[in-house]
Design a protein around this ligand. Structure first.
Ligand code: HEM
Length: 390
C-alpha cells in the first residue's frame, strides 16, 4: 500500500471506492464529498470490552460499506437485528468514507474512570470550553463516540450511519445527528472552491491534503503530541454554526465583502484581483486597510494566530424553520481537524468571536470534540492500539 500522507485517500471521483484501511482514517484528507451524515453517540455499556467489540464491528462494517458491499449477517449478530437494512442495495459507494471518533467523556465522565481508560486519555482531548458568544445547546453537543459518513450519495451516507447505529444496539445510542450538503471547503487542489450559504467561496486558503508538510505540521498527531495510540490520528472539532441569514441577506454586498475580507463574485481578497491572489494584510486602499481590521479572513489568518492553521472540512445544513423565531435554521456545520484543538481551533475562535465582523451574523449552537485514531490495518480496527498492553 502506498503510504503517502493520506495518498491512498487523496483521489475521489463520484463513483470511486475509497479504501477504509490505511495509515490515516479516510474522510479527513479525502477530497470532501458532496454530503455528510454525522452522528454522535452516548456509550451506555459499562465495560471497555464492549467498546472494543463495538469498534471492531464498526470497522469491519465500514470496510464492507465503503467497498459498496452489503453487510454480512454475522456482522449483525451482536444485535441480532438480521441483515443489512437494504436501502443502499444496487447503489455504488459514491466515495463513501466512514470516520470514527472518540469523545473525552468516554475516558472520564463526571470524574469517573468509567471504562478504566482514563490513563490513556490524550491531553489534547478535553471538552471545549465555553467560548465568547457561544449559545450552545447541550443536546446538539458532546458525545462519547462519533461517526462521520461522507459520500456523493446521501442515501449511501444515511445507510452507513443507520446500520452502524443498529449495530450499536445495547451499547450506544445516537445522542444527536446532523445532515450536511454542499461541502463548504475545498480540501484538495483538484477541487474548485464551492460557496457557503452566505454566497461566498469557502475554502480558498484551506490546507490542501496534498500539502504533506502542512498536514504533518497542523493535522496529523505525531509522537510528541500525546499517547502512542493516537500517532497518525487527528482531533476533530465540530461546531453547528447557525447563519442569521435574514439580516445578512439585507446587508449590502460591499458590507458583506468587508465582513469576510473577500470579494463575493470572484473570491479575491480585498485589494486583489483573483481568488488565488495572496492575502496581503498590509495592503491599503484610500488610506485604510484594504482588508478591514475586523474582517473574518484577517482575524482567522495564520499570521495573526501564531502560525496555527486547521484543516476545515465542513458542510452546509438547512433544517427547516426555527419555530420560535420563524427564521430558517440554516448555516455551516463546521468541522475541522488538527493536532491540538486548544492551541488551534480554540485559540483561533477566542480571537474571532469577540472581534470578527462575521460574529454579528452567526451563532455557535452546537459543539463537540473527538479524537480520531489513526486508520486501521487490515485485520485490525480503528482504535485497536488504545487497548494494546505495554
Ligand atoms: C458560519 C461561519 C463561517 C463562515 C461563513 C466562514 C467563511 C469563511 C470564508 C468565506 C473564508 C474565506 C475563504 C477561505 O479562505 O476559505 C474563510 C476563511 C477562513 N476561516 Fe472561516 N467561516 C466561518 C467560521 C469559521 C470558524 C469558526 C473558524 C475557526 C475558528 C474559521 C476559520 C477560518 C480560517 C482559518 C480561514 C482562512 C483564513 C486565511 O488564512 O486566509 N472560520 N471563512
Amino acid at each position: 500500500m502506498a503510504y503517502g500522507l493520506g495518498a491512498e485517500h487523496a483521489r475521489a471521483s463520484s463513483d470511486d471506492e475509497i479504501p477504509f484501511y490505511g495509515r490515516h482514517q479516510a474522510g479527513i484528507a479525502t477530497p470532501a464529498q458532496a454530503c455528510l451524515n454525522f452522528a454522535a453517540f452516548d456509550f451506555t455499556a459499562t465495560g471497555s470490552g464492549d467498546l472494543r467489540d463495538l469498534l471492531r464491528v464498526w470497522s469491519a462494517a465500514a470496510a464492507l460499506l465503503t467497498a459498496g458491499k452489503q453487510l454480512s449477517p454475522t456482522l449483525r449478530d451482536r444485535s441480532s437485528l438480521g441483515t443489512d437494512t437494504g436501502e443502499a442495495a444496487g447503489l455504488n459507494p459514491a466515495a463513501l468514507t466512514i470516520t470514527i471518533g472518540l469523545g473525552p467523556t468516554l475516558f472520564e465522565l463526571d470524574g469517573n474512570d468509567r471504562l478504566g481508560l482514563r490513563s490513556r486519555k490524550p491531553q489534547a482531548l478535553t471538552r471545549l470550553p465555553t467560548l465568547p458568544g457561544d449559545e450552545i445547546d447541550p443536546w446538539r453537543s458532546g458525545g462519547d463516540l462519533c461517526v462521520q459518513a461522507c459520500s456523493n450519495d446521501p442515501q449511501v451516507a444515511f445507510h452507513a450511519v443507520h446500520n452502524l447505529g443498529l449495530m450499536a444496539h445495547g451499547v450506544a445510542v445516537v445522542r444527536w445527528s446532523q445532515l450536511g450538503f454542499g461541502r463548504t471547503a475545498s480540501t484538495s487542489r483538484a477541487q474548485a472552491t464551492t460557496r457557503n450559504l452566505m454566497g461566498f467561496k469557502d475554502g480558498t486558503n484551506n490546507i490542501r491534503s496534498e500539502d504533506e508538510e502542512a498536514m504533518r505540521g497542523h493535522v496529523w498527531a505525531g509522537a510528541d503530541d500525546g499517547p502512542p495510540w493516537m500517532v497518525n490520528g487527528t482531533y476533530m472539532v465540530a461546531r453547528r454554526i447557525r447563519m442569521l441569514l435574514d439580516v445578512w441577506d439585507s446587508t449590502p454586498v460591499s458590507e458583506q465583502e468587508r465582513t469576510m475580507g473577500r470579494q463575493k463574485d470572484t473570491g479575491a481578497p480585498l485589494g486583489g484581483r483573483r481568488e488565488s491572489d495572496r492575502v496581503d494584510l498590509s495592503a491599503r486602499a484610500a488610506g485604510e486597510p484594504a482588508i478591514p481590521m475586523d474582517a473574518h479572513i484577517r482575524l482567522a489568518a495564520s499570521s495573526e494566530n501564531g502560525g496555527e492553521r486547521i484543516l476545515r472540512r465542513g458542510y452546509s445544513f438547512a433544517d427547516g424553520v426555527d419555530r420560535d423565531t420563524g427564521q430558517i435554521d440554516a448555516g455551516l456545520f463546521f468541522i475541522c481537524f488538527q493536532r491540538a484543538p486548544q492551541r488551534q481551533f480554540v485559540a483561533i475562535q477566542r480571537r474571532l468571536a469577540p472581534n470578527d465582523a462575521l460574529s454579528r451574523h452567526i451563532s455557535h449552537v452546537g459543539s463537540a470534540v473527538f479524537a480520531c485514531p489513526p486508520g486501521a490495518r487490515r485485520g485490525g480496527y480503528v482504535g485497536d492500539r488504545l487497548f494494546a498492553t505495554g
